[in-house]
Ligand binder design. Structure first.
Ligand SMILES: [Zn+2]
Length: 303
């Protein structure tokens, strides 16, 4: 392969800046509970996202890490001061859709309306411009070949909405593991969530339940593999409710969902402290920019 050693200098390798992200939704908005908690019940439930996000902001500040907060429009509408605070501390505000509707349950028109409405509320609340999008539950896959095009048309510059793995709730196993340009003739870029290769198989290694359930050493190994072997930035994500052991328990949800949701919540903050110190982390808009440049250079070299 004719890869460009972008970031490699005569003095040795410059450290890659990985993409750090938080999907800003509350404990009752997760995909795993959507059959148990209706959307019209949300307003009456214990609102915990504000204090959890503020704790995360302090954790990031302690390690001088910057990140992207993919936020639901529903949350932004109710927490204007929180969005201002996230932006004031140097982080990026981006979109996680209005109310966590999966993209493959929408059509191009309803998807366009969802991301336009969300973007407006996020920009009004934060005073920043929104160029990034993450699909709820990584729901851009083979069923939604129109989604990236609609995002580009609605003024978004990048997406981080593809999980290129086999998983029971999501995944697009045929997709590229690294940044790709899904829209012909456009600079729009997709930054898939990180996977690692173990014995020839792709493993999800970019956060979520895997990060909480498995020992931290697994994630450290996976991110090192991506940085050192593949020489690519990792893309990592987690949720505010994952650092909140005191959240209400959802009794009616399937056992499998409950096990996944509640395991090791009390250990999450400690793991995150290691993670943010062990690697270089930055905002996803910066990753998008550098990956765009790298793809352009590679294309130029290949002619
Ligand atoms: Zn989400």
């Amino acid at each position: 392969m004719n890869a460009v050693n972008f970031g490699h200098t005569a003095h040795g390798a410059m450290p890659l800046v990985n993409g750090l992200s938080v999907d800003v939704e509350d404990w009752f908005q997760v995909g795993a509970f959507e059959d148990v908690i209706e959307r019209d019940q949300w307003s009456g439930l214990d609102d915990r996202v504000d204090r959890n996000v503020r704790q995360i902001l302090d954790l990031f500040d302690a390690a001088a890490a910057r990140a992207t907060f993919f936020t639901l429009g529903w949350v932004a509408q109710r927490h204007g001061p929180l969005l201002l605070e996230i932006a004031r501390r140097g982080h990026e505000i981006a979109s996680h859709g209005w109310d966590h509707q999966r993209v493959f349950r929408m059509n191009p028109a309803s998807f366009a309306a969802d991301i336009a409405r969300t973007r407006k509320v996020l920009e009004d609340a934060s005073g920043t411009s929104v160029i990034g999008y993450r699909a709820p539950s990584f729901s851009i896959d083979a069923r939604t070949p129109w989604a990236h095009q609609v995002l580009a048309e609605e003024g978004y510059s990048y997406s981080s909405s593809v999980a290129p793995v086999v998983h029971d709730h999501y995944g697009w196993p045929e997709a590229s593991r690294f940044a790709f340009k899904p829209v012909e003739g456009s600079n729009f870029i997709e930054l898939p969530v990180t996977t690692a290769i173990f014995r020839g198989k792709r493993l999800a290694a970019g956060g979520g339940g895997f990060f909480r359930v498995l020992p931290y050493a697994f994630s450290r190994w996976a991110i090192r593999q991506v940085n050192r072997t593949d020489r690519r930035p990792a893309v990592f994500y987690f949720h505010p409710w994952e650092i909140d052991p005191g959240q209400p328990r959802v009794a009616g949800a399937p056992l499998r969902s409950r096990l996944r949701h509640y395991t090791n919540l009390e250990r999450m903050s400690g793991k995150l402290e290691h993670l943010v110190r062990d690697f270089h982390w930055g905002r996803m808009d910066g990753v998008a920019k550098r990956e765009n440049l790298r793809l352009r250079l590679e294309r130029a070299v290949q002619g």
